[in-house]
Design a protein around this ligand. Structure first.
Ligand SMILES: Cc1ncc(COP(=O)(O)O)c(C=O)c1O
Length: 552
């Protein structure tokens, strides 16, 4: 493929013999040492990047990068050799990527991963199994089914007999791996939709006949999904994709602890039930809200769902792995009563991108999304692709299965505990500083706060709605500016989001959001991040700005 032309060493041409060499395994010492050299180049080259860069690197502004990457032609002949491509990736791309592994990068749900994940992921790429069917994965599908039973047990805690019956049962399905948390939520609601609008005499089911025919067959005009206002936008996406309509996601207010308000939930249900042409497809509980990390009262919600005969889905994409901490698993009390649970591997299982999963309490529920074809996933086979939104997919289950062997649930539990406890220490630090206001205290390892000088806090409490609006607008501007400037300085990164405070007037406030999952992130580092924010605030806003703000 890559052959030097002696007259012009820069010119490479596609060449069959060289091309073949890239498919054949290293057979002699020379080939082996070349292969090792490349792996070494990758591992140590990237290690250097991860060591020396912090968070959102700003070697080149995005605008400049945009100009650099505008050539839309595919080259007929090879441009570069593998070694050069690797060098480019390490020296040119990586420095302009984001070092999410930095302990100063505490803004998102993407963070450092244990080094062994890279090795495990390499095995997955090298084996290149396709778990859609046994013919391209064999034992890997079997291992995946076993792992599904293990994670199912972590969530649902069924009996020994239950797992003995289902662990390798080709007919039943405890869950499925899927690209990400979004598609896991789509899968859960897909199953719930198909169960609710199931085939019956004279009707072939919503999956076969579509949503219009289903509404006619069931004599309804509308389906709704009920979830707290802090839901991840994937719930809306799911309702869009499934033909339910994202406007039919009903967002229930949260209480003062950012958990779904149970009284408000009951009222919404009563309201919907008044109209017998509207049905509730599912009620979704959140176990680790994206913006605040808070966990809904899952047990209470499960009881409400059971009383009304409604599918109860728990979006534990973020918080699910908390179940591995003996100290904090009680926060997710009631998750075992869910009908379905989303949980992400690339979040708090510390896996490389990406690994979504969804589990079902009842091992027959996924029958509602069963598909067959003539050449694979035939009736009677144990192909995992029979009940899966994905077609071809990689064997990420091998990574998670191995990681669990290396870390044990206790190891994961320690990571979870570090995150939660550091977040609590951070919250105390924020409370001790006069410039900051803690907006949502951590329940798990996410918290939000904002720059709000103490005099403003005093002023906000008795203020009228109009005065509050004026003060908050100014504070929003300050927080947005400081967050942006800190990101651009490239030393550390917290994210920002907009929260709605107060049910009555729905005041929108911009807050700084910290997600503490990197075990290298210490309280000292978090203090430095606050120090930097203070410094930016005092340098960006003149004394007169601050005084006029306090005078509002
Ligand atoms: C609670 C929750 N659910 C679902 C998702 C979607 O996950 P993904 O980004 O893997 O699609 C997220 C992502 O942040 C999340 O926080």
């Amino acid at each position: 493929m890559l052959k030097d032309m002696t007259s012009n060493p820069k010119k490479l041409v596609a060449d069959w013999q060289s091309l073949m060499r890239t498919f054949i395994r290293p057979e002699d010492d020379a080939a082996r040492s070349t292969l090792l050299k490349y792996m070494e180049q990758i591992l140590f080259g990237l290690h250097e990047f991860l060591k020396t860069n912090v968070g959102f690197t700003e070697e080149q502004p995005l605008k400049v990068l945009g100009y650099r990457f505008t050539d839309t032609h595919l080259n007929e002949n090879p441009e570069k050799k593998l070694a050069e491509v690797i060098t480019d990736l390490i020296e040119d791309i990586a420095p302009n990527a984001v070092n999410v592994a930095s302990p100063y990068f505490v803004g998102h749900m993407t963070s450092a991963i244990p080094f062994f994940m890279v090795h495990l992921k390499t095995i997955v790429a090298a084996l290149n199994q396709n778990v859609v069917k046994l013919e391209t994965s064999k034992v890997v599908s079997v291992v995946e089914k076993q792992l599904q039973a293990k994670i199912h047990r972590l969530i649902f805690q069924k009996s020994e007999d239950f797992y003995r019956e289902h662990v390798q049962n080709a007919e039943t399905t405890l869950g499925t791996f899927i690209e990400d948390g979004t598609l896991a939520n789509v899968t859960a609601l897909w199953v719930a939709r198909n169960k609710l609008l199931a085939p019956k005499p004279g009707f072939g089911g919503v999956e076969a006949e579509g949503i219009h025919a289903a509404y006619k067959a069931y004599d309804i005009d509308r389906l709704t999904v009920i979830v707290s206002a802090l839901h991840h936008y994937s719930i809306k996406k799911a309702c869009g994709v499934l033909g339910i309509g994202n406007e039919n996601v009903i967002a229930v207010d949260v209480d003062d602890n950012n958990r779904i308000d149970m009284d408000a939930l009951e009222k919404v249900i009563v309201q919907i039930r008044k109209n017998n042409r509207t049905k509730i497809l599912a009620i979704v509980g959140i176990a680790g809200a994206t913006e605040t990390g808070t966990v809904d009262p899952l047990r209470q919600m499960a009881m409400v769902c059971s009383r009304h005969g409604v599918h109860f889905h728990v979006d534990a994409a973020w918080g699910g792995p908390t179940l591995m901490s003996a100290k904090y698993r009680h926060i997710l009390d009631g998750i075992d009563l869910a009908d379905s649970v989303t949980i992400d591997g690339h979040k708090q299982f510390y896996m490389p991108m990406t690994c979504g999963m969804v589990y079902f309490r009842d091992p027959t529920h996924m029958d509602a999304v069963r598909y067959h074809s003539n050449y694979v996933i035939r009736p009677g086979s144990a192909d995992l692709g029979i009940k899966s939104l994905a077609g071809s997919r990689e064997a990420v289950s091998l990574v998670l299965d191995s990681a669990l062997k290396i870390m044990g649930t206790r190891g994961y539990g320690l990571l979870i505990e570090h995150g939660i406890e550091t977040a609590h220490e951070f919250a105390r630090e924020i409370l001790s500083r006069k410039l900051f206001q803690l907006v949502t205290p951590p329940e798990l390892n996410i918290l939000t706060y904002r720059i709000c000088p103490e005099p403003m806090v005093q002023k906000l409490a008795p203020a009228t709605l109009e005065q509050r609006h004026e003060i908050n607008e100014k504070l929003n501007h300050i927080n947005m500016t400081v967050q942006r400037m800190q990101r651009e300085a490239g030393k550390s990164f917290v994210s920002r989001t907009t929260l709605t405070k107060g049910k009555r007037d729905g005041e929108k406030i911009i807050v700084l959001r910290s997600v503490i999952m990197n075990p290298m992130t210490t309280l000292e580092i978090l203090r430095q991040i606050l120090d930097e924010q203070e410094k930016i605030f005092f340098s960006a806003f003149r004394n007169s700005d601050i005084q006029s703000l306090c005078a509002l």
